[in-house]
Design a protein around this ligand. Structure first.
Ligand code: PRP
Length: 217
């Protein structure tokens, strides 16, 4: 591992919120704010920190293998990827819920433990929920986006997906049928880095916690 502390951020909305937060604890990266830039790695030589942006699902992979010491990603990704790493802090933003959704008519199918088809971008979360928590046998169909389409066109009876404001569901005549778990942005740490870079990482976590508490107050 390099002497730089490497932080993997999730591309998109989470990245901007994360950068704002890091700025508040004195970790800045001016270069990264340029939305036109195609650069992948950003360095703050002075602080000995470097950042990179990755697809959500890949952030836990970079962290498990130590290519990043620290990662910031959604709880959904952590659950789905099931990587070996430490989850150390809930940052409190990016709040949403993982839910089973569908048309009102699917409520009965769930209640009677019928063999239904479940479309989702999160097969591991869906499998864990139906098999281990509900003890219901289902057929899981993996999709990559616009999951709400599945029940509308007859691909599946229900979906397991993220609900934030609920407007995608409402606009498509679907509703939350069961809630699986709450989600938000989390800080994850590589298990070896936690030992090797303990002082720097512990300080960062402490500073972030302080900011979080101030923001909540
Ligand atoms: C997510 C999620 C829902 C939507 C929920 O999709 O999969 O479709 O947001 O948000 P809402 O409750 O505020 O309407 P995203 O926009 O990430 O794209 P995707 O459909 O490609 O997964």
């Amino acid at each position: 591992m390099s002497e730089f502390l490497t932080i993997a951020l999730t591309k998109g909305r989470l990245a901007y919120r994360t950068l704002e937060l890091l700025e508040k604890v004195g970790i800045t990266c001016q270069e990264m704010k340029d939305k036109q830039s195609r650069k992948l790695i950003f360095v703050n030589e002075e602080l000995g920190v470097r950042f990179f942006l990755a697809k959500a699902n890949d952030v836990p992979t970079y962290v498990e293998y130590g290519a990043a010491d620290i990662g910031i990603c959604g709880k959904d990704t952590i659950l789905e990827e099931g990587r070996k790493l430490y989850e150390v802090l809930d940052l409190g933003f990016g709040r949403c819920r993982m839910c089973v959704c569908g048309p009102e008519s699917a409520r009965e199918l769930l209640r009677h433990h019928e063999l239904i088809r479940v479309a989702t971008k999160y097969p591991a979360i869906a499998k864990d929920y139906f098999y281990n928590k509900k003890h219901q046998t289902v057929e899981i169909i993996k999709l990559n986006g616009s999951i709400e389409l599945a029940p509308l066109v007859g691909l599946a009876e229900v979906i397991v997906d993220i609900v934030e404001t609920g407007s995608t569901l409402r606009e498509n005549g679907l509703e939350v049928l069961e809630e699986i778990c709450p989600l938000s942005a989390r800080v994850i740490i590589n298990q070896v880095s936690m030992k090797r870079e303990n002082q720097r990482i512990t300080k960062l976590i402490r500073d972030l916690k302080k900011i979080y508490k101030e923001d909540m107050a």
